[in-house]
Design a protein around this ligand. Structure first.
Ligand code: HGY
Ligand code: MN
Ligand code: MN
Length: 419
């Protein structure tokens, strides 16, 4: 039977929501949600989710980079792997659902397989990724890139705001830093990777739809850009003799915003972090560091915006007689979701009387890293007011129930197709 009983759907989705609340309390931040890679909160979260996975009838393990896994073991001796999951880390002052809900819906799906004694011809593997946001070490998709065999050993030397290296933090977490490659997946073992995730934007709400089938995930690039001028006395240095790095960064930030606003296909650019040094009221900032995050639905559009932004920074530093440094910290190309999985999710939505639209994702997701080793599919849940990366991020309980029902139907369809 491809449709999930409504009572079960409501009961299990309700538990997923209450567990999002429980995990939101495992936070480094007073009065808000922050859970960073390799923190003690990451460890506590993995242990809690591991217990829930065990309750769901799964065998559990943590891999060599700190991803949390659970498996409903198939009786089929040649079983391949269907992986479903999302991430368990957060941005600072996060909402309770970004990533988290996708992991917990996958755990509930596994619990339903156990409860209903469904025999699957493939292993059902649930993964809670350890670092999708890149909050602690600037680079991002660490857990999923490791699965795709793309963990860079250079990352081990990256340090956090306290000067702790990833290598040190991995060791303190109980991992063996140089064993990162053992978490890489074998493509020949994989059927697909599915991810349920909140949309984090306004589209589904604008068409009054609970769910959406994702067609593609925007490409993203991140950099740290430093303006190098000259510190000086705020009172004695005439304006025309200054090399003010913060004023240069400010001019650049406004230029970035204008270039993105004028972009061809809705490309976006964000400066989320800035630091002026030495950082005193009466000292002209000699050095200013700022972050840059740019996104586009395809590589040519991303490169076009980037080229305009580079021309702008070169013009600004020349006019102000400053220097600049540009360090890439993250690049993930735009990826398409697998056509067949899109159709599978769409038919599962229709079977559950959902007229769910197809839509692209402006946000990045672990699925874009996993796309390197197997076909990917994503199911979006409506984000009320399009709010995310904010404490008032929310979901509608009924939408979560629908998402679980659609995932269940898709799983049964996948089972029947794999027999
Ligand atoms: O930034 C993103 O798109 C994702 O939330 N990490
Ligand atoms: Mn996020
Ligand atoms: Mn996310």
């Amino acid at each position: 039977m491809e449709l999930l009983n409504n009572t079960l759907a409501a009961k299990y989705s309700e538990r997923a929501l209450s567990r999002c609340k429980i995990l939101s309390e495992i936070s480094e931040m007073e009065g808000g949600i922050l859970r960073q890679y390799l923190s003690k909160e990451h460890k506590a979260c993995n242990l809690t989710v591991s217990d829930w996975m065990t309750e769901a009838g799964m065998t559990t393990w943590q891999d060599s980079v700190g991803n949390q896994w659970g498996r409903i073991v198939s009786a089929n001796p040649n079983a391949k792997r269907l992986i479903i999951g999302s991430h368990l880390d957060t941005v600072p002052n996060a909402g309770a659902y970004d990533g988290i809900l996708g992991v917990l819906l996958a755990v509930e799906l596994a619990a339903l397989v156990t409860e209903l004694q469904i025999e699957l011809p493939f292993h059902l593997d649930v993964v809670g990724f350890c670092d999708e946001e890149g909050t602690r070490f600037a680079t991002t998709l660490i857990g999923s890139k490791a699965l795709a065999g793309e963990f860079s050993p250079d990352w081990l030397a990256l340090t956090d705001v306290n000067g702790v290296s990833m290598e040190q933090a991995m060791t303190e977490f109980g991992l063996t830093p140089n064993d990162y490659s053992s978490s890489a997946l074998k493509p020949e073992e994989l059927i697909a990777y599915w991810e349920a995730h909140i949309e984090q934007g306004p589209v589904l709400e604008s068409v009054d739809q609970a769910l959406g089938v994702v067609t593609a995930i925007a490409g993203a690039k991140r950099a740290i850009i430093s303006f190098i001028g000259h510190s000086g006395h705020a009172g004695t240095t005439p304006m025309h003799l200054r090399k003010d790095s913060l004023a240069a960064a400010a001019e650049f930030i406004v230029s970035i915003e204008q270039l993105a606003k004028n972009s061809k296909n809705g490309e976006v650019a964000t400066v989320g972090q800035i630091e002026a040094k030495p950082g005193a009221t009466n000292v002209i900032p000699g050095k200013t560091l700022m972050s840059l995050d740019i996104r586009a639905q395809n590589a040519p559009d991303l490169d076009a915006l980037l080229s305009d932004i580079r021309s702008s920074v070169e013009k600004i530093v020349e006019e102000r007689n400053l220097a600049f440094d540009w360090q890439w910290t993250h690049q993930a190309g735009a990826v398409d979701c697998d056509e067949e999985i899109q159709q599978l999710f769409k038919s599962a939505c229709v079977a559950n009387s959902e007229d769910s639209p197809f839509l692209p994702s402006g946000a990045g997701h672990d699925a874009m890293a996993i796309a390197k080793v197997c076909p990917i599919g994503m199911l979006f849940l409506r984000s009320p007011k399009g709010i995310s990366h904010h404490p008032s991020e929310s979901v509608i309980d009924g939408d979560v129930t629908k998402a679980l029902s659609v995932l269940y139907t898709a799983l049964i369809k996948q089972k029947n197709a794999s027999l």
